[in-house]
Design a protein around this ligand. Structure first.
Ligand SMILES: Cc1cc2nc3c(=O)[nH]c(=O)nc-3n(C[C@H](O)[C@H](O)[C@H](O)COP(=O)(O)O)c2cc1C
Length: 364
């Protein structure tokens, strides 16, 4: 496997990447779950494990609503997508470790925070390249090399969910003119987010600057994961914390000058109903598979959800639905809605690991 992934830094905030295979039984499945992609690294999950007498177990995955992103995710779209990402890692880990996982989504009508129950029965161990990619998958916010994505590869990625995730689908924007359209709207959405005081504040809340901050609170966004060359990252950590406005400007500049122009293609996961918790979880599962597949093949993924973030915010605040209209036009199918958007390509540099809370911290 070509991983293009740096080794996780020292420190307990990164132990989860190193010791995830050491956890046994159902806890080992949780250890895989917590390494999933999740918006702003808020890690919006809690888990419960009950062992049964036959060597199996019942695992419950819950939304942790105390870890909401506020104005950046006013209707919990991204929160449930992140739970779907975790669930996919858990299913892959269960199969690889000799369990047959039976997934029930949203099993409790009275409790939407109960996202899924996974019953684990003893079964055949099924290895997969996606499972093997779990500890190497990191969101890449650096530049990508100017190398196009071949059409057959895009088609292979689009087929990743088809067998057992029929609701979500993948839409590609790979031609230059289509990439330019998406890039223009993503820039406008980024500008709108940083011009919205509450959204800017909500993002800043999850910024962790020093190694001490990260050890104390192993979550959120760090300097090392911003995709800068290692020397600049090291310097960034020594300088005083940037003001919120400086950080916002940095993000806009990176978006405009690095993330958008170097993307080989943009992908959109679409679903029949982006407000449905079920569609969000299933879409998150597909997103995680895409990211793991990319990792296994030496490709990189960066998530760019500014358009949906703005569309949800406009709905929350009663503004005219500018980005809902943009998304509807990009999707071009009244029966499908954008769930999430990402860029893909060949990384120019490895991505750094983001911190994680431990299995013990998220088990209830
Ligand atoms: C639903 C969802 C939305 C995300 N949105 C963005 C985004 O707009 N910009 C970004 O840089 N990263 C985004 N991410 C990536 C997360 O920030 C990233 O997964 C998290 O920080 C953990 O890092 P890791 O993926 O390297 O483990 C998103 C991830 C998910 C699952």
């Amino acid at each position: 496997m070509t991983t293009h992934s740096a080794r996780p830094p020292k420190g307990t905030a990164f132990d989860a990447w190193r010791n995830w295979r050491d956890h046994e039984g159902a806890e080992g499945i949780v250890a895989a779950g917590i390494l999933a992609a999740n918006a702003r690294n808020v890690q919006p999950w809690r888990f419960a494990v009950d062992a049964d007498d036959e060597g199996g177990a019942r695992l419950r995955l819950y939304a942790d609503l105390s870890r909401r992103q506020g104005a950046l995710d006013p209707f919990d779209r991204e929160l449930y997508v992140g739970l779907g990402c975790a669930l996919e890692n858990m299913v892959l880990a269960a199969r690889a470790r000799g369990f047959a996982p039976h997934v029930e989504l949203l099993p409790d009508d009275g409790d939407p925070a109960h996202a899924a129950t996974v019953r684990l029965e003893r079964g055949e161990a099924t290895a997969s390249e996606l499972y093997d990619a779990i500890p190497y998958r990191h969101t890449n916010r650096g530049p990508f090399r100017p190398q196009p994505m071949p059409e057959p590869l895009l088609q292979e990625i689009a087929g990743l969910g088809r067998a057992d995730l029929p609701a979500p689908a993948l839409l590609w924007f790979s031609e230059e003119k289509d990439r330019a359209r998406v890039a223009e709207h993503l820039t406008a959405a980024t500008e709108a987010i940083i011009a919205d005081e509450d959204q800017s504040l909500a993002g800043h809340r999850w910024f962790r600057k020093s190694d001490r901050d990260i050890e104390r609170s192993p979550d959120g966004m760090t300097v090392d994961t911003q995709g800068m060359p290692p020397l600049l990252s090291a310097l960034g950590k020594r300088l005083p914390s940037p003001s919120r406005r400086t950080a916002d400007r940095f993000w806009l500049r990176q978006t405009r000058e690095v993330h958008l122009p170097t993307a080989a293609a943009f992908g959109m996961v679409t679903v029949p109903d982006a407000t449905s918790l079920r569609d969000r979880i299933q879409g998150g599962r597909l997103l995680q598979r895409i990211h793991l597949f990319a990792t296994a093949r030496g490709l990189a993924v960066g998530h760019l959800n500014m358009m949906t973030v703005r569309a949800d915010r406009e709905r929350q605040t009663g503004q005219p639905p500018r980005f809902d209209s943009v998304l509807a036009e990009l999707v071009g199918d009244p029966d499908r809605q954008t769930l999430v958007t990402f860029r893909i390509g060949h990384p120019a540099q490895p991505a750094a690991a983001a911190p994680r809370r431990s299995v013990a911290a998220v088990l209830r």
